[in-house]
Design a protein around this ligand. Structure first.
Ligand SMILES: Nc1ncnc2c1ncn2[C@@H]1O[C@H](COP(=O)(O)OP(=O)(O)OP(=O)(O)O)[C@@H](O)[C@H]1O
Length: 351
């Protein structure tokens, strides 16, 4: 449906997006995720046709829509955009807002589609309200209904929940996914919030400094991050240092772990390996002790920050059931339970 091949976007000859390549299939929901300024909005705007590409190609339905010397106008792309500030027309009712893009349809057809969409976004009967009489979440639902009204081939969503409070954001993200799946809409969203990306997307692209570092599903991003940036950006975790021994094992001070020979590491290599909060198991029987230096109560769990005094005071996170209630400075038993080792060369951030 959507394919990008080595796309770069530049402002005054300075690259904001560099050589991005990915594909999004029909009915898939993709998400561009990354820190502020990484280029995700620029990339989304290039797909919409609001920005020209400096290099590479964008194809929609196998048709070239953007290249260095060719550019199809946004209104000819059959693409709809939902912006973060809703941008509803204040002087039009909800029904008129939704029907705005339905030019060639009869009155009855318009009415039918508006009713169907209001039902879908959970606002039946809101036809005659004006935007000012709606909550933020309701306005965003109407904006979504308006964008979907004409059944675009591709829906683009630019931080669609950023002005809503956290609880509503999670709820809407799940609802929105269900709506898009129901309508079989292909969508590409931009966010800097990984929980939103996890709740919404089939496939997530992590960006940093204008580059797409990995394009895959949430599970693979978490368990098989392509590099250090992705590993630290997705989920919580810390890197511990170690040296590869002669048996191609990592002696971490928390246990000995074999390294996959295919990874190319050899004896003496300095590496870092990722330890997630759920890899550190609190175990009273363990002889490895760590000092509680911080704790945050999360209801069912407590997230502890622990200092490993036998490992140069490195710190790790440990997610323990909350009836294991330990105080600051207490020493508690831990063991490392790594499903699989995520290890990178120790040469700083390679993103
Ligand atoms: N119209 C513009 N003119 C010049 N530079 C721009 C323009 N728009 C964006 N940039 C620059 O391009 C880079 C990428 O910006 P972009 O808005 O795409 O990032 P982003 O990841 O969406 O960030 P945010 O999450 O903060 O919106 C930034 O360095 C930004 O300053």
């Amino acid at each position: 449906m959507l394919s990008l091949n080595n796309v770069s976007v530049a402002y005054q000859k300075k690259d904001a997006v560099q050589e991005v390549t990915f594909e999004l299939g029909v009915g898939q929901i993709g998400c561009l995720l990354g820190p502020s300024g990484c280029g995700k909005t620029s990339l989304l705007r290039a797909v919409a046709g609001f920005e020209k590409v400096a290099a590479g190609q964008i194809c929609l339905r196998k048709k070239l829509v953007s290249a260095k010397n060719s550019h199809l106008d946004p209104e000819k792309r059959r693409v709809a955009v939902v912006f973060q500030d809703y941008a509803l027309f204040p002087h039009l009712t909800v029904a008129q807002n939704i029907a705005f893009g339905l030019h060639k349809q009869s009155r009855t057809q318009k009415l039918q589609r508006v009713t169907e969409l209001l039902m879908l976004v959970g606002l039946p009967g809101y036809d005659n309200r004006y935007p000012h009489a709606l909550s933020g979440g309701q306005q965003q639902r109407v904006a979504l209904a308006r964008a979907m009204a004409a059944k675009p081939d591709l829906l683009l969503l630019d931080e669609p929940f950023s002005s809503l409070d956290a609880e509503l954001r999670d709820e809407l993200a799940k609802e929105l996914r269900a709506i898009l799946k129901h309508e079989k809409t292909t969508a590409l969203m931009v966010t800097h919030d990984q929980h939103e990306a996890f709740a919404m997307a089939d496939v997530i692209g992590v960006m940093n400094k204008g580059r797409l570092l990995q394009w895959t599903d949430a599970y693979a991003l978490y368990h098989r991050p392509a590099n250090r940036f992705v590993a630290s950006f997705i989920g919580d975790g810390v890197f511990l240092s170690a040296t590869v021994d002669k048996n191609l094992k990592l002696n971490s001070g928390l246990g000995v772990f074999p390294i996959n020979p295919a990874s190319g590491f050899k004896e003496g290599d300095k590496v870092v390996f990722l330890v997630r909060p759920d890899d550190i198991i609190h175990d009273d029987e363990s002889k490895t002790l760590a000092k509680v230096v911080d704790r945050s109560f999360q209801g069912s769990h407590i997230l502890y920050q622990l200092e490993l005094q036998h490992l140069g005071h490195s710190r790790v996170l440990c997610l323990a059931l909350s009836h294991h209630d330990h105080q600051l400075n207490e020493l508690i038993g831990i063991r490392l339970d790594l499903e699989h080792l995520i290890v990178f060369a120790d040469k700083g951030d390679d993103a």
